[in-house]
Write a protein that binds this ligand. Structure first.
Ligand code: NAD
Length: 287
């Protein structure tokens, strides 16, 4: 069975990525269950989405009816049982192997054997996550970029056990959502995060060495390097907790290759709760 508008979608994790993915799926016409363990997070997700969509109405990019439709198709929930019977499940929870594996075990018990299950992980191996599944042939990585509704590219990552049918169905669904898909091998960081690691890592290193302050580095990269965002602005957008975890994971996966060594300056930001835009302060102050 192929996936279409009538297929129901479950998104696990209502944080930055999960909320964006739910918005895309609902805009396409799916009924979406958006699950998070945290009630506060679910409320914030709904509030944030209403605000984003309302802005689209103000800018006359969407009608109020379209916005109401998108919001009505999404159920914000704190009950995992709500994902029961979903045809397509995509997970965007914390970047932690044990937590992801145990969540997928619970999900597998709730959906049909033919349902496609995906992870939005940035750095964990698809093979390692899938080892906890009873049916790893219907599991794969589908890696969106932040902000998911705006970023065109999506990486499709089959694991060692993923069937070709699963890849085909998942890829045609994501293409139908209006994204541009690229298939990548199950290797640390896949394509974009692997290439981008030194962008963050080297920026953090020269900042720690006192070569320049973060604002100057960002300014230079944008004005002189032609980048859309500087590395510090981008890390503030991604979230330092997420970015640091991904770096740690890629570092470990590459057998502690010093090229990917995480930064103490970023670790301190995470420890202090200065996670970037989402907490109001990171390298920059958004309060
Ligand atoms: P986030 O911190 O914004 O959101 C994670 C959400 O997961 C939180 O709302 C949290 O309450 C929830 N959660 C934690 N454990 C849970 C569980 N067991 N069940 C249900 N919900 C749970 O994180 P994010 O930035 O949205 O990242 C999520 C995933 O997407 C990670 O795997 C990350 O590597 C990946 N990713 C992030 C980005 C990015 O730029 N932030 C880009 C691509 C991929």
């Amino acid at each position: 069975m192929s996936l279409d508008k009538n297929s129901t979608v479950a998104v696990i994790g209502a944080g930055t990525m999960g909320t964006g993915i739910a918005q895309i799926a609902s805009t396409f016409g799916h009924r979406v269950q958006l699950f998070d363990i945290s009630e506060d997070q679910t409320k914030d997700s709904e509030k944030g989405l209403v605000k984003i969509l309302q802005r689209q109405v103000e800018k006359e990019r969407m009608t109020q009816d379209e916005v109401d439709g998108i919001l009505n198709r999404i159920t914000f929930t704190n009950h995992l049982n709500s994902v029961e019977g979903s045809h397509f499940v995509i997970e965007a929870i914390v970047e932690n192997l044990d937590v992801k594996q145990s969540t997928f075990q619970k999900i597998e018990a709730l959906v049909d054997q033919k349902a496609i299950i995906a992870t939005n992980t940035s750095s964990l191996s698809i093979a390692s996550i899938s080892s906890a599944l009873e049916h790893p042939e219907r599991f794969l990585g589908i890696h969106f970029f932040n902000p998911a509704p705006l970023m065109k590219l999506v990486e499709i990552i089959p694991g060692i056990s993923t069937s070709s049918g699963t890849v085909k169905k998942a890829r045609s669904l994501i293409d139908a959502w209006g994204k541009t898909t690229v298939q990548a091998k199950d290797t640390p960081g896949f394509i974009v995060n692997r290439v981008a690691r030194p962008f963050y890592g080297e920026a953090l290193r020269i900042y720690e060495e006192g070569v320049a302050d973060h604002a100057t580095i960002d300014w230079a990269m944008k004005e002189l390097g032609g980048f859309k965002m500087g590395p510090f602005e981008l890390m503030d957008l991604i979230g330092h907790d997420v970015n640091y975890k991904v770096t740690e994971s890629v570092f470990k996966e590459f057998y502690y290759d010093p090229r990917f060594k995480p930064s103490f300056a970023q670790k301190r930001l995470v420890e202090a709760g200065r996670l970037g835009r989402k907490s109001g302060i990171g390298f920059y102050d958004y309060r």
